[in-house]
Design a protein around this ligand. Structure first.
Ligand SMILES: [Zn+2]
Length: 244
């Protein structure tokens, strides 16, 4: 097995075309690697998760305050009853002792003061509850909004992925048709170079004097050879296939 049956110039042209296909395929594969990021899929998932977490935390905070308020309301009821009882006792006219009367008045005063404090606390908690409810509503709206954005992005991502995958399949099939014209050894050498050189196996000769892969200038002898001969050469430095 030697070189291909193809004429040297034809071989060079075929290899260059195969390389062009592989370059395009590689470009599409790299596009696919960056596709999730380009559609911000990870970012949107993170945003959705963060919004859900914020909502859950506000919901449990709301639950705790509601419990606290329930307890406070019970205490306020008891206090109101106690005040009512003391007031009734004072007004009943059964207590004549002025010392005892002032004691009851002082007790009523202190109970009312306590009630005022508790009512203020109750009000503050009601405001906190309102704030939390608004926060939860806002988080729900944001979740809906991000969910829609994520769904649209995913749809667009999948559409683009399918499009690129079908382009790749098409290019691969065209490339394989061309490759079938090359002999096994040439194909094997080409594929090894492709793997070893980051997808670039066949390069042109730049301005007749340097390698299109590694950019090193050739010697005078090499330049003469490339000028006067047809076919595929090898760069002595990077080993890539050189075509005119
Ligand atoms: Zn080179």
């Amino acid at each position: 097995m030697g070189l291909s049956e193809l004429e040297p110039a034809e071989l060079a042209r075929t290899l260059r075309e195969v390389q062009d296909y592989d370059t395009k395929i590689l470009g599409l594969k790299r596009d696919i690697e960056g596709l999730e990021d380009r559609h911000r899929l990870g970012e949107l998932r993170d945003e959705l998760e963060a919004t859900m977490e914020a909502k859950t935390s506000e919901e449990s905070e709301l639950e705790a305050i509601k419990q606290k308020q329930l307890k406070l309301d019970g205490e306020l009821d008891l206090l109101a009853k106690k005040i009512e009882k003391e007031e009734a006792r004072m007004m009943s006219g059964t207590i004549m002792n002025s010392k005892e009367l002032s004691a009851i008045q002082a007790e009523i005063f202190s109970l009312r003061k306590k009630r005022d404090e508790m009512e203020t606390e109750d009000l503050e908690e009601m405001e906190a509850i309102d704030g939390l409810r608004q926060g939860i509503e806002e988080a729900s709206r944001r979740m809906d909004e991000v969910t829609v954005r994520e769904r649209d992005a995913l749809k667009e991502y999948k559409r683009e992925l399918a499009e690129k995958e079908s382009q790749i399949a098409q290019l691969e099939s065209e490339r394989d048709t061309l490759k079938a014209r090359l002999d096994e050894d040439t194909v094997a050498a080409y594929e090894k170079l492709l793997t070893d050189n980051d997808g670039l196996a066949v390069v042109g000769i730049l301005q007749g004097r340097s390698c299109g892969g590694c950019r090193i200038d050739f010697s005078r002898t090499q330049i003469d050879k490339y000028q006067h001969e047809e076919g595929v050469f090898r760069c002595e430095y990077c080993r890539r296939m050189l075509v005119k």
